[in-house]
Design a protein around this ligand. Structure first.
Ligand code: 13P
Length: 257
């Protein structure tokens, strides 16, 4: 973390978990455990159908609500899809884009990720853009090249003035849901390379201000060590974000003086 230059953001990604009636009890518990985090922004990203309940349950708190996906088109004949405006109108602030599960199971590509980034920014939403390599790619030694390509494509034609809204999440695929975390050094190395890509595109001042999260088996035990790294400005948390006590311990780790 480097609080002098950029915001620390701890975001939960519920994925396809929790029904709407579970949202309020979760929110009440989390608010009691982490009433006013001083340093970090807290975000809970929920399935579309849980968005209204989440907005309501966290209304009187500092927790912002995020969605897990959106459609890249503004509106029209796209049965079953949800647009950026629909989310913004409900009070959603963040949206996860290009999660590896969406790339793997729903055919999302770097190009569609770029379109979704533009759709989110156009509606005033803050995209949390996910990038990450598979184990095979890491073993081939192409992690940095691959991530560079993912970041450059995701940010294509995004103007500098919109960059303060963009969050990048580095999520090595081999660390997601596996209990196998990247070491703090491995994670920082890639987050630092991502910042270098942003520097090459937008200059030092903007690169210094962009929040870059780590995601992949982050939990209450390893969060402090990961967040102590200079280029890791928060976390995107799956499993541990479903348990208020664990999620709140991660928020606490981000709030150490
Ligand atoms: P886990 O924290 O369950 O590994 O999930 C990480 C993730 O994919 C967050 O987007």
């Amino acid at each position: 973390m480097n609080r002098k230059y950029r915001k620390t953001i701890i975001a939960g990604n519920w994925k396809m978990n929790m029904v709407a009636s579970q949202v309020k009890p979760f929110a009440d518990e989390l608010k009691a455990l982490s009433p006013r985090p001083k340093w970090c922004e807290t975000v809970v990203c929920v399935p579309f159908v849980n968005v209204p309940a989440a907005i309501k349950a966290f209304k009187d708190s500092r927790v912002a609500i995020g969605a897990e996906n959106l459609n890249e088109n503004a509106k029209g004949a796209y049965t079953g899809e949800v647009s950026a405006d629909m989310l913004a109108d409900l009070g959603v602030k963040y949206v996860i884009i290009g999660h590896s599960e969406r790339r793997q199971y729903y055919g999302e590509t770097d190009i569609s990720v770029n379109k979704k980034v533009h759709a989110a920014l156009g509606a005033g939403l803050q995209p949390i853009v996910c990038v990450g390599e598979s184990l095979e790619q890491r073993e081939l030694g192409i992690t940095i090249e691959l991530i560079t390509l993912q970041v450059k494509t995701a940010l294509a034609n995004v103007p500098a003035e919109k960059m303060r809204k963009v969050v990048i999440a580095y999520e090595p695929i081999w660390a997601i849901g596996t209990g196998k975390t990247a070491t703090a050094e491995q994670a920082n190395e890639v987050c630092s390379a991502i910042r270098a890509v942003i520097r090459s595109l937008y200059g030092a001042r903007i690169a210094r201000a962009v929040t870059i999260q780590y995601g992949g088996s982050m939990n209450d035990k390893n969060a402090a060590e990961l967040l102590a790294q200079p280029d890791i400005d928060g976390g995107l948390i799956g499993g541990a974000s479903l348990v208020p006590a664990k999620f709140s311990a991660i928020i606490d780790a981000a709030n150490q003086e």
